[in-house]
Design a binder for this molecule. Sequence first.
Ligand code: 13P
Length: 252
Amino acid sequence: MRKNIVAGNWKMNTTVPEGVNLAKEVNDAVAAAKGLKCDVVIGVPFTHLTAVKAVIDINKVGLAAENCANHVKGAYTGEVSAPMVASTGANYVILGHSERREYFNETNEMLKEKVDLALENGLKVIFCCGESLELREAGNYADFIKAEISESLFHLTAEQMADIVIAYEPIWAIGTGKTATSDQAQEVHTMIRALIAEKYGDKVADDMTILYGGSCKPSNAPELFAKPDIDGGLIGGASLKAADFMGIVTAF
Ligand code: 13P
């Protein structure tokens, strides 16, 4: 049985004290909530990981870094490695976000290396994919998404795939207020699950958690999460307020 997950991606927001307060609020709200039907994860800046880890119950609220390096260690000034992330007590890492791909030139090949290092260091991966508006309008988004997934993930074993969560985030829906309709998201999620089934068989595909991300908020989450192949969300803006984030967490 696959898990439902609602994960926050704080991006480059909050100072450490602000982030610690937000994490405490989320942790308390999750601890107080009864019968939650999803796991909750917060993705925070590198600088926040240790301080946030100290104020959350990791069994209730998972902790993600927003990136890691494609090298283990050495002369890579400013980079943060997967072993460093793991040593903070974080248990997830978000990889391949479209902002990293676009602004920091991350390629499918680099992401393959990052995925391997994350898994080797015991981190679960929230692997992002999704097309630009241009590709959506040209109608060839499916091939693009298939390449993102297959080129960075399909060297993994079926066992390793159990530690992968896929997040479909159409770039045109990120931070724009323009959510994909639940039918548009469901169509891509079905396509992704079929792709995984083709490579790894039905069991791995059925067990794969596939999140939707892009202008997800408490008002549209129930309709999105009601779709059979949408197993939760990766939340940007609305994860920065505990009440909004919890409004999405409780949408199942
Ligand atoms: P928004 O929810 O702000 O649109 O961001 C989505 C996202 O990029 C999550 O990774």
